[in-house]
Design a protein around this ligand. Structure first.
Ligand SMILES: C[S@@+](CC[C@H](N)C(=O)[O-])C[C@H]1O[C@@H](n2cnc3c(N)ncnc32)[C@H](O)[C@@H]1O
Length: 340
């Protein structure tokens, strides 16, 4: 008897680009050289090339995304330049005498990263506690098993806005005293043992802790802080900076950076010293964040917390910004003390 064919493995769900329509509308007409600092599945890059960008320099810290792009990237020839790298270092990928027409940053993880259980990003799928987008450096298991209770509590509180941060940190330290926590589901069980169950329609309670650890492992706030300043350096006058965020701490940083560089810095405070009046580096266009509309939410529920902010570069010189003035959370990096 001929054996029944093995059913094919389910194809990974492709990443659906978020807020693409409003981004393309605000950026029109798209011309010249753009940099996509978060290439992912290439949704933004393709839309920019198809809309008329002469060239797109596409960066991603995750080497796997370029494997996935192999099937179509060649269609664009030299108009598409693929590079593995960090958007905080985007200057390195741009020729010194070329001012860019646009920079797009679509922050966070892609659906493909979340859905690959072996990457360890999801509390709903069993996998190793990894969470590194680039696959390099200390991973989430290093952090969870080595950081002190106080350090863990700070990460959960400052990066995940988790009110039960201390309780969860204590539970992690108790659990790891028996044996190291190695997997996503082990960690999720420890976190969820400290929190009330989610009501129908609410996010699972482990969401905030997993977000916090992912941000710490990938140093996402430092990347964003450096990335915003790098974008100001590489854009030419009139160039567009578009940033899509997925949670309130990131969005607050982008909002404050734009307000500060558009000359709306406010009066300063004990924590955020007043910036000197300087010529505005950006104009805001539009002034408020753009949210997904009902049609997009129906198509892609993962877009619900996305916010798009857009600004246009002026000809004022780029200058460094004080991280406190844009409400950057404190830098916490206990995993640097060594790997397992
Ligand atoms: C939300 S996805 C982008 C999806 C993309 N806009 C699309 O349409 O397919 C974010 C991507 O940015 C990458 N990434 C996150 N932080 C980065 C950084 N600091 N530098 C470079 N790439 C980064 C991630 O690896 C991921 O592939």
């Amino acid at each position: 008897m001929v054996p029944a064919p093995t059913p094919p493995a389910p194809a990974p769900v492709p990443h659906v680009p978020v807020l693409l329509r409003p981004l393309m509308k605000a950026a029109a007409p798209v011309t010249g050289v753009w940099l996509d600092g978060t290439f992912g599945a290439g949704g933004y890059t393709r839309a920019l090339l198809d809309a008329g960008a002469e060239q797109v320099i596409a960066l991603d810290r995750d080497p796997m995304v370029f494997e996935m792009a192999r099937a179509w990237a060649g269609d664009y020839g030299e108009r598409l330049v693929l590079r593995q790298g960090l958007f905080s270092q985007m200057d390195e990928h741009v020729a010194e005498d070329v001012g860019l027409d646009g920079v797009v940053l679509d922050l966070g993880v892609s659906s493909m990263q979340l859905d690959q259980s072996e990457r360890g990003f999801s509390f709903m799928r069993e996998g190793p506690l990894d969470m590194r987008m680039s696959g390099e450096g200390p991973d989430a298991a290093d952090l969870v098993n080595r950081a002190s209770e106080a350090e863990l509590a700070d990460i959960l509180y400052f990066y995940g806005e988790e009110r039960a941060a201390r309780r969860i940190a204590r539970a992690i330290v108790t659990a790891r005293s028996d044996a190291p926590l190695e997997t996503t589901l082990q960690l999720a069980a420890v976190v969820e043992s400290c929190l009330p169950r989610a009501r129908p329609g609410q996010a699972r309670p482990a969401t905030r802790s997993f977000q916090a650890l992912r941000i710490a492992v990938n140093r996402e706030y430092e990347e964003l802080f450096q990335g915003l300043m790098a974008a100001e350096r590489v854009l030419k006058p009139g160039g567009v900076l578009a940033v899509v965020t997925f949670h309130s701490l990131e969005d607050r940083m982008v909002k404050r950076f734009f307000a500060l560089r558009a000359g709306q810095g406010g009066g300063g405070s004990r924590h955020a010293p007043e910036e000197q009046a300087e010529p505005a580096g950006f104009t805001l266009d539009p002034r408020k964040a753009i949210k997904p509309d009902a049609a997009e939410l129906a198509e892609n529920p993962r877009a619900r917390s996305a916010r798009l902010r857009i600004a246009r570069r002026t000809d004022a010189p780029a200058r460094p910004v004080d991280p406190r003035a844009i409400a950057m959370p404190p830098v916490l990096r206990p995993a640097e003390r060594g790997g397992r």
